[in-house]
Design a protein around this ligand. Structure first.
Ligand SMILES: *Cc1c(COP(=O)(O)O)cnc(C)c1O
Length: 422
């Protein structure tokens, strides 16, 4: 559940009407509910109260410093995938000993930065990367703590772009090779193998793929123990889905109930990396209708937000509910394509969507935009990125300023040989 609701036909975030936020902050902008973020984190945390665990929030879902600080205050660590995310996590006050580092292409500089920061562990995705980590650690006279990411070859039955645990995927080490790689890793002098990691995909709406994956992983942990490679951490990744339209994903407690017996059997400290399930439904993108364009075959609602602000519909044909900020009782409906100003036919927020009839000037809330929303925003078409606002009770706080035109060209240079040419 989230804290965006109607009151006297006006859409609110907690106690703040979105109309007021649009007036004060302009559009488009992202809005996050402090109460929803907090409740989602705590629900997840409490679901696993019976096993020793660390939640490492998957910050690629939403990496705003204020959101990360809130997560840190609730006890969260971070799952990072780049040096830039490590910098953000540390800036936000997430303790280094709660940070885990995944990703198939860690550079030597990123590995060195993470070692210097003394993060909890690296989630290693290939034999070549393991060697690179060993080499960087040797240069520092250090020992890197690592978990090997195994690829259990389980179909999570989600969108192919967010499926990560199949044999053909670029992620992790194949289950058939895992024992061999763990044995090799255990022999390397500058790494310490302390964990097993598996993350099979995102937006999962059933528990069975998680269970199937964990069965394989727990079996591996038992074999490793027999081989004299004790495993201290079992990292189960993230991936629990949310309701965008009519999906019925398991509640965190259902997820926990289904997998806790397996977690207990593993006799490890558990790391989990939820992203979407924490922030997805805690955020919306607020946008204003600029024009209505009727072409005879279609009605377009042209809004001031675009694919550069929210990429998911264009990238995955993802569905986001779109709600009017001012409800009109018994309004008639029509079918719209909700599109942005970007010069691409793929620039849409919704296609063939039945909406209450909207007109220029109306405000719309694009729901479920708190994960992989602003985090994927770009400056395409030289559009400044939006502001981000956190709402807490009756108050609102700008947690990221809207970019300016000057921000767009910062860092760009015209070489001297071109300067005289105009
Ligand atoms: C993306 C990712 C996550 C988070 O996935 P969600 O679906 O947002 O929960 C967790 N772990 C790893 C390794 C990831 O790549």
């Amino acid at each position: 559940m989230h804290d965006f609701h109607y009151h006297n036909d006006a859409l609110f975030c907690e106690d703040v009407p979105l109309e007021r936020l649009a007036k004060e902050q302009g559009t488009p902008c992202y809005l996050y509910s402090h109460a929803t973020l907090t409740r989602h984190f705590q629900a997840f945390d409490q679901a696993f109260a019976s096993v020793p665990h660390l939640i490492a929030f998957a910050m690629k879902a939403n990496s705003n410093l204020a959101i990360l600080r809130l997560m840190a205050s609730l006890g969260s660590g971070a799952d990072i995938v780049s040096g830039g995310e490590l910098f953000r996590a540390l800036q936000a006050g997430i303790p280094a000993n709660k940070i885990v580092f995944a990703g198939v292409g860690k550079s030597p500089e990123e590995i060195a930065y993470a070692l210097d920061s003394d993060i909890l562990l690296f989630n290693v995705e290939s034999a070549a990367e393991l060697q690179a980590i060993n080499d960087v650690a040797r240069g520092k006279g250090a020992r890197a703590r690592v978990a090997l990411r195994v690829n259990p070859d389980i179909d999570p039955m989600t969108h192919p772009y967010i499926t990560t645990g199949l044999k053909k995927s670029k992620f992790g080490i194949g289950a058939d090779r895992a024992l061999e790689e763990f044995t090799k890793a255990a022999a390397l002098p500058n790494v310490e193998v302390i964990g097993v990691h598996a993350h099979i995909g995102s937006q999962l709406t059933q528990v069975s793929p998680f269970v199937d994956s964990l069965k394989k992983v727990v079996g591996l942990i038992e074999t490793l123990k027999e081989q004299g490679i004790p495993i201290r951490y079992l990292n189960i990744g993230g991936g629990l889905g949310i309701t965008y339209s009519d999906e019925t994903p398991p509640h965190p407690t259902e997820y926990a109930d289904a997998i806790t017996p397996l977690l207990e059997a593993a006799q490890c400290e558990i790391i989990m990396e939820p992203g979407r399930v924490i922030t997805g439904n805690a955020g919306v993108m607020l946008t204003r209708v600029l024009y209505i364009k009727e072409t005879g075959t279609k009605n377009f609602a042209i809004v001031d937000a675009a694919m550069n602000d929210l990429l998911r519909p264009s990238l995955y044909e993802a569905h986001h509910d779109i709600l009017p900020v001012r409800q009109v009782p018994n309004a008639s409906t029509a079918v719209f394509d909700v599109v942005g100003p970007v010069c691409e036919s793929g620039d849409f927020l919704a296609q063939n969507r039945t909406l209450p009839v909207v007109k220029a000037g109306d405000l719309l809330a694009v729901m479920s935009a708190g994960a992989y929303g602003f985090a994927m925003a770009s400056n395409y078409n030289s559009r400044p990125r939006t502001s981000e606002i956190m709402v807490k009770g009756g108050e609102s706080f700008v947690i990221r300023e809207r970019e300016t035109f000057e921000d767009l060209v910062r860092g760009e240079r015209i070489p001297a040989f071109l300067e005289a040419k105009v």
